[in-house]
Design a protein around this ligand. Structure first.
Ligand code: PA5
Length: 449
């Protein structure tokens, strides 16, 4: 089996080899800190050996639960936000047919829709309309079990499901993924007798895609979770090396930290396959929430190429020189399509006749890389042999491991997210949530000033 590969040659014009080799020791120290659990946030390191410690028993339980949902639902709503939904969405969108919406009957898979990741009244209202008369089920995902966005959506969906399908069937098609003991989601699941899975205490939301949080929705979508774990396990072994040249996660962490030190404050994660759009969203949360603290951290951003070359291309080529790119490039597409010959050649495209669409895409990628490097944008390339469960599993673990190492290189706690609480506190104060009386008074005074 092949592996994903990291190519850093188009960064070497921007950083010195000496600077990079100084990371050899640093990477070793950060790896040891992670492995021994002696660093900041060490009570959240459960993700580090998840691939190799996931039991067949758990996978079988997830697959059996997925089968119940698949057998009994036309639509499954996955309710969750942030780390409790992005990983599942990333994998499902990467590995599903782009037009699955229109093929629900043919594929035999239930349609997966997402909720609980916004507070849009129109979104929720349109969702409840869509679900009317449909056989639908719900996977309610929340580690804390109290996240407002998710809890709100679940309250509405649970009621609709019970009214449409009856309490007994609803009990069969509602599954909870939450804490073992605490939170409203646990309370409800236990009281109603829902099937439930536990989110391990030592795995934070953004590192939880390889727990039931990601695995159950992914399995419901008909995707092979054993292959996903197998790919992640391969990468867990590869990324255990303390040697920078053998460990792609450590090398990626080193390069991006050195680029950051040299003034490249923004990282653009780039894809040339629209199916990877949500993978980039997952990655942005992983890195943004892990590194953006203590007034430090690369700003993680993303673009879909070539689409965004027609909107953001100008800025990237000639704007402020504070960016670098990390391109996730899929070597071999899953389908083959050639450009047809056209006798009249009215569109002038016969120079492409008989070429595969992917050859055109790859030349767009190469041409862009050369142009951007010439324009002062360092380029890291991650090549993925093909888009399937096994390589996606590798990519997920690679980015997670690199994130842990990179956060320690930056000297922050990569496993907490204290800043996320600030908006919640204000929102609860403004909505007069019990327990926020003092904060409510203070915020009203501030607003009235
Ligand atoms: O990474 C994180 O911790 C967050 O993105 C959470 O996953 C997100 O806020 C949802 O939290 P919860 O799962 O408690 O509902």
């Amino acid at each position: 089996m092949e592996t994903i590969k990291l190519d850093i040659k188009d960064t070497l014009k921007f950083i010195s080899k000496d600077a990079l080799s100084s990371y050899e020791t640093k990477a070793g120290i950060c790896m040891d800190t992670l492995e021994k659990g002696t660093g900041l946030g060490n009570d959240f390191l459960g993700w580090l050996h998840l691939p190799s410690s996931t039991t067949q028993e758990l996978l079988d339980d997830i697959k059996a639960t997925a089968k119940t949902l698949r057998d009994n639902c036309e639509i499954v709503v996955v309710a969750g936000i942030g780390g409790s939904y992005l990983g599942a969405r990333a994998v499902i969108e990467a590995l599903s047919n782009s037009f699955i919406w229109l093929q629900e009957k043919k594929t035999g898979n239930p349609v997966i829709v997402f909720a609980g990741h916004n507070i849009g009244e129109d979104y929720l209202s349109e969702l409840t309309t869509l679900l009317k008369d449909k056989k639908f089920g719900i996977i309610n995902i929340s580690k804390s079990g109290t996240t407002t966005e998710t809890a709100l959506a679940f309250r509405i969906l649970k009621k609709q499901c019970e009214e449409q399908r009856g309490k007994e069937t609803a009990r069969k098609v509602i599954v909870a993924i939450t804490d073992a003991k605490k939170g409203a989601a646990r309370l409800t699941a236990d009281k109603e007798g829902y099937k439930s899975f536990i989110i391990p205490d030592n795995v934070g939301g953004r590192f939880s895609v390889l727990t039931p949080v990601g695995l159950l929705p992914i399995a419901v979508a008909g995707i092979d979770i054993e292959q996903l774990i197998s790919g992640a396990k391969t990468m867990e072994t590869i990324c255990a090396s303390n040697n920078l040249s053998e460990n792609p996660a450590a090398l990626y962490a080193a390069i991006r930290n050195e680029l950051y030190q040299s003034g490249k404050k923004i990282e653009l994660l780039v894809n040339y396959q629209p199916k990877l759009h949500y993978f980039m969203e997952w990655w942005k949360q992983l890195y943004g929430e892990s590194e953006g603290k203590d007034h430090k951290g690369i700003y993680p951003s993303s673009v879909d190429f070539s689409t965004d070359l027609h909107s953001m291309g100008q800025w990237i080529q000639e704007g402020e020189r504070t960016i670098f790119e990390t391109v996730v490039s899929i070597e071999k597409p899953n389908h083959e399509l050639h450009v047809p010959i056209d006798e009249e050649n009215l569109d002038g495209l016969n120079f492409l006749a008989n070429k595969r669409i992917d050859e055109v895409n790859k030349m767009a990628e190469l041409g862009t890389r050369l142009a951007h490097v010439d324009g002062g944008v360092p380029n890291i390339r991650i090549s993925v042999p093909t888009l399937n469960e096994y390589y996606l599993g590798q990519l997920i673990y690679f980015f997670e491991k690199a994130c842990g190492i990179s956060g320690y290189m930056l000297n922050v706690n990569p496993f907490n997210q204290p800043g996320v609480e600030a908006y919640k506190k204000n929102m609860f104060a403004l909505l007069n949530k019990p327990g926020y009386e003092e904060a409510s008074k203070a915020i009203q005074t501030r607003i009235n000033e």
